[in-house]
Design a protein around this ligand. Structure first.
Ligand code: ATP
Length: 353
């Protein structure tokens, strides 16, 4: 097997913080590999090292079989592209944003033109050339960032949480584009994500990072059926619950968690399963809602994470749930740490991992 990217005992510290601790990893050619882990676990640091933006303190990095050193690092940098978590587009047209990196490489005008057009087609933004990039929606801006990376035509594409802070429709469009780029254009993709469901859906193999260490490499399914320690780490990521599904009348089922919490699902299954509920599928309210949704829990907000136009809330109902709402709703509802809230979600929002 030929490898697109390899890390051998790579470590990186920022002052006292050991951001990456003895990481060893191999990613095959044309693979989609996901890095999964809680906040601050070292995913971005690992991507920055692979992008040659960051130099490791110890260990070796190989890209396409070639060991990276001080002499070839700048050249290697041109063969990988990192799409950052927080998009920062230039205050100019979509065309200029995508053409920027190509112009830096002194490519001809014709080459730049056709590469920009091709990239726009891939990200479904044909006709957006003259639009002002900063005026586009969050999802469109993220697709421009992706187009900017795709236009460079590098064989290794690094994506840092490409769908974080996007609405579900924009997120699934980006997932579709990522899969297409991998399959049709034969690119190796290494992607950091918080979203286990996404990791399982898009990627083949994954590395689970905790506190800068890679604690497991394998498929998400292997991690979910593996040691309980791994499962506990995965559960810290977002709304993953493991329990026993019991069939109910009418083709639905109920998942019993260890501490007596029951989640109703539309799954026609029985036995031990791990399920995932997307944070944007959970409605938060100050009063109990009258609705057809089968799951209602009362809880207290324990943590508030600000993601710009979106806010993630950790709500303890006996188990922690992560809920994602817009900043606008959050302000209008006057929520704060300690607020008592109700969480409501449909049985059909519960997905098996
Ligand atoms: P997130 O999911 O929040 O993006 P992550 O898994 O990508 O997190 P990193 O961004 O790699 O994690 O951070 C790993 C650790 O290194 C964290 O404790 C972070 O605060 C720290 N860190 C990262 N970059 C720097 C820096 N430039 N200076 C100081 N500390 C840093």
């Amino acid at each position: 097997m030929s490898w697109s990217a390899e890390l051998e005992h790579v470590s990186k510290s920022y002052g006292q913080i050991l951001a990456l601790d003895d990481a060893t990893l191999k990613v095959g050619k044309n693979e989609i590999f996901t890095l999964i882990g809680p906040n601050g676990s070292g995913k971005t640091t690992l991507l920055r090292i692979l992008a040659c933006i960051e130099t490791p303190d110890n260990g070796n990095v190989y890209l396409h079989g070639r060991k990276i050193d001080d002499k070839n690092r700048d050249k290697a940098k041109l063969n990988t592209t990192l799409v950052f978590q927080r998009t920062s587009l230039f205050a100019t047209s979509v065309y200029n944003n995508i053409a920027y990196g190509l112009r830096l490489r002194n490519l001809s005008k014709n080459h730049v033109y056709s590469a920009v057009k091709r990239a726009l087609r891939t990200v479904r933004l044909e006709g957006f050339e003259n639009r002002l990039a900063k005026k586009l929606s969050g999802g469109e801006q993220q697709r421009v960032s992706l187009a900017r990376a795709l236009a460079l035509d590098t064989s290794l594409l690094l994506l840092d949480e490409p769908t974080a802070n996007l609405d579900p429709k924009s997120a699934s469009l980006i997932e579709e584009i990522i899969k297409e780029v991998n399959q049709e254009k034969q690119r190796t993709i290494i992607m950091a994500t918080h979203n286990l469901f996404q990791a399982k859906h898009i990627g083949e193999s994954a590395a689970l990072l905790v506190n800068g260490r890679i604690i497991k490499i394998g498929t998400i399914r292997e991690m979910l059926t593996g040691e309980s320690g791994e499962l506990a780490e995965l559960a810290r990521i977002e709304n993953i619950f493991s329990g026993t599904l019991e069939l109910l009348e009418g083709g639905t089922s109920r998942l019993s968690l260890e501490n007596g919490i029951l989640i109703e699902t539309a799954l026609d299954r029985e036995g031990r399963f791990s399920v995932f509920i997307s944070p944007e599928d959970i409605i938060i309210s100050k009063r109990r809602l009258e609705s057809s949704a089968r799951n209602v829990f009362k809880g207290t907000i324990e943590e508030i994470l600000d993601y710009g136009s979106l806010v993630k809330l950790k709500v303890n109902t006996g188990r922690d749930f992560i809920v994602q709402i817009t900043k606008r709703s959050f302000i209008e509802m006057g929520l704060n740490v300690g607020s008592l809230v109700y969480l409501t979600f449909k049985a059909s929002s519960v997905k098996i991992i």
